[in-house]
Design a protein around this ligand. Structure first.
Ligand SMILES: [Zn+2]
Ligand SMILES: [Zn+2]
Length: 346
């Protein structure tokens, strides 16, 4: 079969590999869609400390079961499924307390296990053990189902930041994740959602798709000032930074309303992770700063329900569909920020 394999930074190859065989507790799927994201581009360019090459990349996976191991119960060939990306151990202190996103033993599809940029993929027993395989409901395409994983991460972020009824929400970063944040915030009852980006083309493209109440181009306008004006000087109830920008994080603190919540959704470059924080803003305004690290199996199940019920539509966010042999071209499209969501159809 054909696979897209990481061999080292800057060295990702389309090549032939033997079809994988599922172990007794595994499930083998025919990959129908594996979507791309900024993480794939980062891995391609810089590698990742959890990836020992060669490794098949791709972690936003949906497909069809073609074979089940002898010890697998409850799944049959032909079933359409979506696969979690981050696999918690289910056993440790954090997992036992329901904090699966911060499981210290977490492993990932496309990092520790071969991923979805391939014709076939084995879903490891560990995924099944934590209910990480979801049946795709009728009426949901494989392409839409492949967006479940990023939406699950967005859902985790908004639960932690307590996005809810009546909130004014600022989303910084108009990429696919930012678009999902806008849509989910609306589904959770946010009053108004404002979208911010430094790139005006990308901002316009995203805004045409997800229709925020206002956009702010951070390279042309003072964002803190503008959000102040839009909120009659109160500031925003929730600010979500879906961009790898320390400056955006610092601005987020300044534009928060009293009792505001700030989600540092996107991480910062690891050689430059320190920001300036006015602690008195946090103190007097009773601000809450939260992080977000991926998603749990439960978040994936809920995200798929949100897609299926059309509470969070994703079909129109998939702007590019490419075949497996064009995966590197897909990474280029993602890197240039020209697309919302690019999916690979092996
Ligand atoms: Zn991703
Ligand atoms: Zn654990």
């Amino acid at each position: 079969m054909r696979v897209v394999r990481f061999h080292g930074p800057g060295d990702v190859r389309l090549e032939d590999a033997p079809e994988p065989t599922p172990g007794p507790g595994d499930v083998k799927i025919l990959v129908r869609n594996c979507s791309t994201c900024g993480t794939d581009v980062k891995i391609w360019k810089f590698g990742h400390h959890h990836i020992v090459p060669p490794r098949v990349m791709g972690h936003e996976v949906a497909g069809e079961i073609v074979e089940v191991g002898g010890e697998v119960a409850g799944w049959q060939p032909g079933a359409p499924v979506q696969v979690i990306a981050a696999i918690p151990c289910g056993q440790c202190h954090d997992c036992q307390r329901g904090r699966m996103t911060v499981c210290p033993n977490q492993e990932s599809i496309g990092y520790h296990y071969d991923g979805g940029f391939a014709e076939y993929m084995v879903v490891p027993a560990k995924v099944l053990a934590v209910n990480g395989l979801n049946r795709v409901p009728d009426g949901v395409s494989f392409a839409e189902a492949s967006v479940t994983e990023p939406l699950a991460c967005v859902l985790n972020g908004q639960i932690l930041a307590r996005v809810g009824e009546g909130d004014d929400v600022v989303v910084v970063g108009a990429g696919p994740i930012g678009c999902l944040h806008v849509r989910l915030a609306r589904a959770r009852g946010a009053s108004r959602v404002f979208l911010v980006d430094v790139n005006s083309d990308r901002l316009d493209m995203a805004a045409a798709m997800v229709a925020p109440d206002a956009t702010v181009c951070a390279s042309q306008t003072d964002v803190v000032d503008e959000i102040g004006k839009l909120t009659d000087g109160r500031g925003a109830d929730v600010i979500i930074t879906a961009a790898a920008s320390g400056k955006a994080q610092e601005q987020a603190l300044q534009m928060a309303a009293r009792q505001g919540r700030i989600s540092f959704f996107g991480g910062l470059p690891k050689d430059d992770p320190v920001i300036k924080c006015d602690s008195n803003l946090v103190h007097y305004r009773e601000l809450t700063i939260v992080g977000a690290n991926g998603s749990s199996p439960a978040h994936n199940a809920e995200a798929l329900r949100l897609i299926a019920s059309a509470a969070v539509p994703v079909a129109d966010l998939i702007t590019h569909r490419l075949e497996l042999d064009r995966t590197l071209a897909a990474f280029d499209i993602v890197a240039r920020g020209e697309a919302i969501k690019v999916t690979i159809e092996p």
